[in-house]
Design a protein around this ligand. Sequence first.
Ligand SMILES: [Zn+2]
Ligand SMILES: [Zn+2]
Length: 142
Amino acid sequence: MERRFTEPLRERGVRITPQRAFIWQTLASSDGHFTAEELWERVREILPGLEISTVYRSLEALAGAGLVVESRVGEGPRVFEARSAPHPHLVCEECGNISHLDSAAGGRILEALEAETEGFRTRELHVFATGLCAECLASSEG
Ligand SMILES: [Zn+2]
Ligand SMILES: [Zn+2]
């Protein structure tokens, strides 16, 4: 395991296990969004016998340390990625691709929502837009 994948865990006080390190490596070496099942499939190639419950517990530990953020995008499964804060998502209804606004625009949306929730303590905030991604839009018009 390369240090660049174990060092962030050590720095955040996450006990390093092979399971956690490989799950973090999978997330950190991609800018994509993964379900727990997808991570399980990938990490099982390296760690046969890995239980999906271990994947969930590892993700909780990584999320608790602020290394991973969990998002819900509609009725689909929860997705995980190597980011530290909740942010809005754009979800394509055609191909399922999940993308991001630029972070300044995302931050403004979240700030506006938080400004309106006085007297309410937000625990989780899931913001997403559904529609067609640029590629699917282009092929539907073609
Ligand atoms: Zn995201
Ligand atoms: Zn699409």
